[in-house]
Design a protein around this ligand. Sequence first.
Ligand code: AKG
Length: 327
Amino acid sequence: MAMQEIGTGLWVERLHELWQQAVEGGPSLPWDLQGTLLCGLELNHLETLRYLHQERPSFEAFKAWVFALNGEYLTEAALEHLDAALSEAEVASPIGSLDDVSGLSEDDLSHWDEHGYVVVKQVVSAEDAEAAELAIYAHLEMDRDDPESWYSEKLGHTIWVPLLRHPVVRANRFAPRVVKAFAQLWGREDLWATVDQTGLNPPERPGWRFPGPHLHWDTTLAEPRYLGIQGILYLAETEAAQGAFCCVPGFHKQLDAWLEALPQGVDPRAEALRTLKAKPIAAGRGDLVLWHQSLPHGSSPNRATRPRVVQYMSMRPTKWAYNAEWR
Ligand SMILES: O=C(O)CCC(=O)C(=O)O
């Protein structure tokens, strides 16, 4: 949609509030509303806040920036969908009806319940996963078959790759089986996809040691704790020793008692890193690992011969319960 055609929907009011919050120190938008707004406009949270804080643009310039990034996806229908959600009307999934989409089996759901994570097989085709894998190598100016190229300056000493909007990466985010899996676990369909990064974790070698992320939680440990679902899509076959995603299965059920038993003054995050044993989760090209945010999790050193290449993803409802107190 061209900038001059942008209406004056609720999303514009909320975007103005977000801009005021960052640039003029205005009141904070509730966290879930902010998430819905950013996801609905296909913006990455960090990228947006960095832009606002560093550039301190006018509101008009901010809107122009949003449309320069995502104008082709911000159609009238997409903005109406966002407006409906922001006005608390019931909205469908971002891709419409999920009735005919194959989802998690009873076994998958029991696995999720018991272990707090599940591997959803083949949520995207091998071709779509490989297309995203190759896009990441191309973005990093690496050759998938040339190990010398895997340690490029463009990657740096990190496994995160800020390739947010490649068309195949975007298409994977909205793949029907991905949306269906999140919808089943949330128990609702009004979901919004976060614009997450991709990743490449090359084999360790002298001068390039695994930089993390080590075992951690991305959520507060303060009570009450709520459901949050994180995900990683494997874009190529990944063995356990190949820098696989790791988590402590079942810990979502043990967290309360574990925290309770910690001696006064012990930092739970440091203690988890020191004492808990994480399990690496091997999976195939196009498989999605979903985990409950109460599981401590991280990546792992790659001791195999090929990089681990992934796409991070998450979906959240329009409004969700959260605890703003950080522990
Ligand atoms: O890359 C991984 O395997 C772990 C990802 C992670 O720790 C996260 O998304 O918070």
